[in-house]
Design a binder for this molecule. Sequence first.
Ligand code: WTA
Length: 675
Amino acid sequence: MWLPGGCASTVLTSLGCRSFRSCVRVLARRACNTAAFMPEAAGFEGASSRAALQDFSVSSSDSFWSAVARHRLSWIRPFHTVQDCDLSRGRIKWFEGGKLNVSVNCLDRHVHTCPERVALIWERDEPGSEVKVTYRQLLEMTCRMGNLLRRHGVRRGDCVTIYMPSCPLAVASMLACARIGAAHNVVFAGFSAVALSERIRDAQSSVVITVNQGVRGGKVTELKRTVDTAVQSCPTVRQVFVAMRTENPVVMTARDVAMEEEMLKEDVVCEPAAMDSEDTLFLLYTSGSTGKPKGLVHTQAGYLLFAALTHRYVFNYHDGDVFGCVADIGWITGHSYSVYGPLANGGTTVLFESTPTYPDPGRYWEMVQRLKINQFYGAPTAIRLLLKYGDQWVHKYDRSTLKTLGSVGEPINTEAWEWYYSVVGDRRCPVVDTWWQTETGGICIAPRPSDPDAEIVPGMAMRPFFGIKPVLMDTEGKVETSNNTSGALCIAQPWPGMARTIHNNHQRFTETYCHPYPGYFFTGDGAYRSEEGYYQITGRLDDVINVSGHRIGTAEIEDIVNQCSAVAESAVIGYSHDIKGQGVYAFVVLKKIAEVQDSDLSRQLNDMVAKKIAKYACPDCIQIVQRLPKTRSGKIMRRVLRKIVERELDGLGDLSTLDDPASVREIIQGHSDLL
Ligand code: WTA
């Protein structure tokens, strides 16, 4: 894969709780005053302590965000209105009147001050083969790519789909879109051709950017071939740009463009488009409880500001630090904390291409030692997996550069938290359990930053970030005012990083997020607020499950299982899984005439789900049942199925509405036989 400067002419392959009482008091730097801690807060009257600053950010939200936006972002034209929002109608607008370019904020302004600073460290699959890209080089790559896209007719407002693993050319492609005013739509490179084509069609992309092959965990994947299959059903696609991740040639058709070769012909200067604050920066598809995945829309200024501010303060990121977020760029975590947050802050960010166990379970910590990583940000599922391999894989490597450990994507259980804190962090580094969503754009609840000297309770996300006002709703839809209580987690006022709409479906946006609790943003999660006022996320309230930190709607899986010719109907639920957090459990009713072996059925269903969604969504457990427990009106009682699988037979609750109570006995028996 090509890098500017150096070996330019050839296509190189080198580029590239409630009850957790064991509070841990983590002492962090003591800042003497608010302005020293947060320079943009210098003018805030009365915000003399960090707690007062937190209150100010919520009660004087316009003053807070206006000052921060002026300080943190470079504007082509200043904004005239800080916010114009009405949550009850799903109208969210920030920094109107302002014009800026996101790629200029992430690149040019740092190239002016420190062109040779490393922007990206591409941690390639093979350990020890990392590639560093400076801000000057990344700007050059971005400009060439921006010019290439323009030459192929991509215009402001178009949407470009990117199907690539984490690598510098993927980041340059995202930033090139931002430079010329096109939106990007990054699709996780583990998604199948069917899932990819659905997303390309929904986004109406005319251009797809990919690589010839992916390399992960020592295995090669045929990404270009997947794109070829996907675009067969995407009439809007005119061009496919293909970068070379490996040296193996792929079949190129008239539609395909050899990306690096063509980039080399382009100019290294690309005029940035002056974008309005509320123009779309990107779409990112995520699963909901019903229907097809939704393309959440994030816009320019508010998103970038929120990603930058949370990156700086939640992780205590300082100039010169090496930030190691191991999420793939195909997820929101990769967008906000591998790309936009760190680059807006002029940081050095790691792009991790591999897996936690390749070539062995010491991979993360060997990388921490080699790249001198200061903040490490990963998912509980990987921590749980690694702790099972034993402490020796961690002890082998020097982790003294680490200052902050982050966790994201799912609840982190106490055992994993303790191991992360004690073994990985040597009880020196605060563990920040960060709660947020694709919808929120950036971290909303985390132990930092408002009071860094205060306690962190294992397994709790703790405190709201600046400008975030969480509330818990009771079953009647009223705000719970007391502590030591649980409820539906909502956010009471808008913040700049929140998603603005669902692409082509604003009604679905308002119905999902704004209508359940009018005037509030509904997150879909439940939470507990402790006596001290700290938050702990208790899990989804809808039919979305979280498998190894990947979010998936059970309805999406059922849809595919039901397409199997032997299946009459099915119900899919999530259940507690040691490593994955949640596993996929499918109850399947076969058609009367179906003759199928259990092992064949399992293979067929797994193949189908992998082909239509991705491997991570495949059922871990399939139980064939005679019938599903249903209410008299025909609704499947998933609550009962969840209790059976969790072995909480005393808690099955009221079964009087069941059409046929015998179905439950059969399922309990079948489940025991499976174990
Ligand atoms: C879950 C990932 C507990 C939650 C950034 C949320 C968490 C969903 C945490 C969003 C956490 C995320 N503790 N649960 N620290 N972080 N979640 O959109 O259910 O892929 O709604 O964004 O993950 O997943 P998404």
